[in-house]
Design a protein. Structure first.
Length: 202
């Protein structure tokens, strides 16, 4: 497993070793001890989720409020997505910043996000299957989120005519959320992240 810190504090980009031959390939996608050794984090993931989506679908931005916040480890087993994370931790050095990274079945890149991030993605391929681990169960009373087209974030989701659920279209704008109501006064930065190089968008 090749692991390196992501562009936002506490995030990680991980790429497992692929063993390929004429029969196909084998990938050890997660090993708890290796993850802990390389990141210094001891995360007790309790559930795996799988989502199937078509091209142009945008899911997010989602989060669960404390004390039900979730850490996530996200990967793609089919297709390609543009994965987006927003740091909402007031005590973080990257508070109020977002970045996007391409995750695909081809590049095998995984994204780890600690508690306190809003998360979403758009589907770039004809179809995508996304799997992600969480360390806390789903709690409908703790659900929260941010509009995908929030003007204070200005995220380019890399798709035309995005398809969203009615629920996601009714999410709040960032400045409407507590305790982040003063967010619009922050200096924001958006970034596109390839698996190998960070390119600043603005």
């Amino acid at each position: 497993m090749n692991s390196k810190p992501g562009p936002l504090e506490g995030s990680w980009l991980l790429t497992p070793k692929v063993h390929a031959d004429s029969r196909g390939q084998f990938v050890e996608s997660f090993q708890k001890d290796v993850f802990a050794k390389q990141t210094g984090l001891s995360i007790d993931f309790i559930q795996d989720n799988e989502v199937v989506s078509e091209h142009g679908v945008v899911r997010g931005l989602h989060l669960q409020k404390a004390p039900h916040a979730q850490a996530k480890l996200i990967r793609v087993v089919q297709g390609q997505i543009y994965d987006v994370a927003v740091d909402l931790r007031a005590d973080s050095s990257t508070y109020g910043e977002w970045f996007g990274v391409e995750l695909s079945a081809e590049n095998h890149t995984q994204l780890f996000l600690p508690k306190g991030f809003a998360h979403g993605y758009s589907v770039l391929s004809e179809r995508a299957i996304v799997q992600y681990k969480v360390d806390a169960p789903y709690n409908p009373q703790a659900e929260s989120g941010i509009r995908f087209d929030d003007p204070d974030l200005g995220i380019d989701w890399q798709v035309d005519n995005p398809k969203l659920s009615d629920k996601d279209q009714k999410l709040s704008f960032l400045k409407q959320l507590n305790p982040w109501s003063g967010y619009s006064s922050l200096v924001q930065m958006g970034s596109w992240v390839s698996p190998y190089k960070l390119l600043q968008k603005r």
